[in-house]
Design a protein around this ligand. Sequence first.
Ligand SMILES: [Zn+2]
Length: 473
Amino acid sequence: MRPDMLSTALLLTLPLVFSSSVADDEDSPRHGAPDLGDAYFPGLGNGGYDVKHYDLVLDVDMETGAIEATATIDAQATHGLDAFNLDLWGLKVSGVTVEGVAAEFAHDGLELTIAPDSAIVSGADFRTQIVYAGVPDLAPDASVSSMGMKGTGWMRRESGVFVMSECVGASGWFPCNDHPIDKATMSFTVTVAKPYTVAANGILVEETDSGDARTFKWRANDPMATYLATVNIAELELEVSETESGLPLRLYYPQGTTDKSLEPFRRTADLIDHFSGLFGEYPFEAYGAVLTKEGLGGALESQTLPVYSRGAGEGTLAHELAHQWFGNCVGIEAWEDMWLNEGFAVYASWLWREHTVGPEAIEKSVERAHRWAKQAEIGPPVDPGVGAVFGGATYGRGPLVLHALRMEVGDERFFQILRTWVKRYFNSTATSADFIALSEEVAGRELDGVFDAWLFSETVPADVPANDVPKSE
Ligand SMILES: [Zn+2]
């Protein structure tokens, strides 16, 4: 994510211990945990199963804002289950089946509790279907309250609906295991009246016309975190292109968008090419952008299809693109490690400027971030507190950790660390401790000095990270 407030403040283009589950006893089904123990969001996520695929069928009434929906969720039990939970905020559930048999359910707050007719055996694949309806509301989200936002997720504006769910907005529009640790593939079948268009994650596999309405079927084949799912419904123009290697690119924008506003987005293939050289091959099946008519308070790196507020430029594009490697492909295991998303994305936008403008551009960015961090006495990037995950610790001090590491180990090892990071945790999740261990492994030595000063220290080091490494390294 890149909040607008940060870009104006600074012109800068996030290891937790989960409550360990009781030792698996396959013979005695029990209630899956209603919570994954993430310190920042009590009640978020659920235990006892691992989601493999979400299939969402949504009929959207753009006049009333109401949806009629069916969610089909394929999951695998990680222990025997006589009941389990999903996260769902608002909306009314009218029926639930498990393996095709009606199941008892109760919906209270964020928790949808489901008791299947017969217990699910440990390790079994099982299908749950939830029929629900209502007008989706923003899910309350403590991570954005300091930005004056009521919540995240399904955002209704005059021009249409846009979905930006970081951190916990996904539960406001579909029942899910709403935590980055449980990635799954997804498909979306959305029916909406003409002239609206639907842009979602992955590949548009089918578009059918039924007279007054159209149905858009999207499929995301790369596993993703729930907060990265997006469905956007507006009157949108579409430009389709592809990179030299054949990666499909889709640019959705409102009628009347100027060529000047589209210009940075039309350079997307160049950015993908440059970042692929630095971080390894682009990790997903497609890429693109949705530009909104209104300001939404920032941009979000929704997987394969970021959503941008009106007026977003090349720095924001570089930031959201970098998230496809850092945050999306390599996800975080807990929200207190948000710097692993945002510090990397901010630093990547500096790397793009270094490439297009020159070394002095990144030096300036480093100095500016360092000055900001010192003046505002910004605390360490790791574990900034839920109200500060979109603040200076992650966006200001976060990228400085990476710059300090680069100065310490040199360019060759630094980029080797980034590429190894993506390779090792590809389509998975990792922690700050994992990053430190991997950095030290690649560097072949302890890096306590760098991480103590830049990642953990309450006080900002007095000087910007300096290049101490001999060129011969
Ligand atoms: Zn971001």
